[in-house]
Structure formats: structure tokens, C-alpha cells
Design a protein around this ligand. Structure first.
Ligand code: FES
Length: 105
């Protein structure tokens, strides 16, 4: 199932597809995409902004807009703030012919 095109996301940025708490948070780094459930492990609130934008610092850290926890975009591990010791929940995706898709199996 196609989520969006890789080119729909600027390199080093992210977005929630579709926008909202049930969407997936996707970050692009070059030709790779990393996806996470749109829920911060600190207080289980959405990491994405209501319009689907995601705060990505320096292309490498997802920043929660609620209390400022930061997470590595590749590993999902908390790198600072109030979610220390916790991680984002990964969702397996792959890039096929320029489309970001949920990985089968
Ligand atoms: S809900 Fe994300 S840091 Fe508190």
C-alpha cells in the first residue's frame, strides 16, 4: 500500500500521512524513509502538528512539540527531554519506484 511519494517529503523533513493522530510519521533522509507511529512515548500524544508537519531538527532529530523530547530519526531512540530511555514505535516501510509503501510481511 502506497503511503505517499518520496518526493512529497523534502530531504531531512517529515510529515504525518494522513495528518492526524492515526497517521504514520514519516521522515525522509536521502533516498530512505523511516516511519513511526504518531505517538510520543512520554505522554502518548501526537508527535506531528495538526496540519501534518513534523519538527525535524537538523535532519536527524524528531522533536515532540508537546514537551520537547527528541528522537533519532533512524533508530527512534530518545536523545533528550522527558522521554529518556524510551523509543518510538517503528513501522516497516520501503521505497519502491519512488513510492513509500508499507512493507509486506
Ligand atoms: S508528550 Fe512528547 S515530550 Fe511529552
Amino acid at each position: 500500500m502506497s503511503l505517499c511519494r518520496l518526493d512529497d517529503i523534502e530531504d531531512g523533513k517529515g510529515k504525518v500521512v494522513p495528518p492526524g493522530p492515526d497517521g504514520l510519521l514519516i521522515v525522509r533522509r536521502g533516498e530512505h524513509a523511516f516511519a513511526w507511529r504518531n505517538s510520543c512515548p512520554h505522554a502518548h500524544l501526537p508527535l506531528g502538528l495538526p496540519d501534518g508537519r513534523v519538527l525535524v531538527h537538523g535532519g536527524s532529530q524528531i522533536v515532540c512539540p508537546v514537551h520537547g523530547a527528541s528522537f533519532d530519526v533512524v533508530t527512534g531512540t530518545c536523545t533528550g527531554g522527558p522521554a529518556a530511555g524510551e523509543s518510538l514505535t517503528p513501522v516497516a516501510v520501503e521505497v519502491v519506484a519512488g513510492e513509500i509503501r508499507l512493507k509486506q510481511g
